[in-house]
Write a new protein. Sequence first.
Length: 280
Amino acid sequence: MSLLAYIFTWLNVPLNAAFGFLLWPVIVLPGWLSNTIIAAITAVILLTIFKYTSNQQAIGRIRDDIKANTLALKLFKDSLSVTLLSQARLFKGAFKLLLYAIVPLLVMVLPVSLLLGQLGLWYQTRPLLPGEEAVVTMKLNGNIGSPLPPTSIISIPGAQVVSGPVRVFSKREIFWKIKANEAGQHRIVFQVNGRQIEKEFAVGNGFMRVSEKRPGWNWIEILRHPLEKPFAADSTVQSINIDYPQRRSWSSGTNSWLVYFFIASLVFSLIFKPFLKVRI
């Protein structure tokens, strides 16, 4: 799993730069429109991947057999033997289609996962508005019960500390409440055991890339929170999280953006499939 953490950490560097440029329309477009456009482009790309990583001829033959057996069910519905045989062939055809889809799906898993991580930066949460407050949580490595290292916030441009630090020794967590003052992409600078550590935070209205968490050395967390460099496995700090507000929207809001994206991608796949001559 450590190898996966290295791979995703390495991949996120160019992807953050590339998607920061490619997804700039998200800033100016309505959320539903930007998510719809991205879903349409994604559908075309995934259909193309499926076309060239699957056995289209074999899938075509299976589809023809399924049509023939479906027709047989309608024409010979009074014949029990024909009905049972046609149903068995239909199940067999469906199973074969599933097998032929395995390779394309495995090829698509990685790019789709990386894309979702990037989209989550824009849609999963919204930045703080000036005057809003949020809780910052620092998770520390080490054994429960061992002393916590000296920790403080030494710089927080664009915001101020309202309260904290509050230390929870049983969870090895330290909490601060901060208040946003000035719009922009800022960095909180912590001092932990004499070492400076940074965490990005966003203040503003509309769509901005929001890094909810600077993750630890866990490949799933690195995939979900790709914008900031993860903490090393032996780092004193395990993670830093900012409790951003949820984004309220049925098409581009917290969690709902993902449902909308998948449904829109499926619809566009069905629309573009005949034009791209892809058999699924």
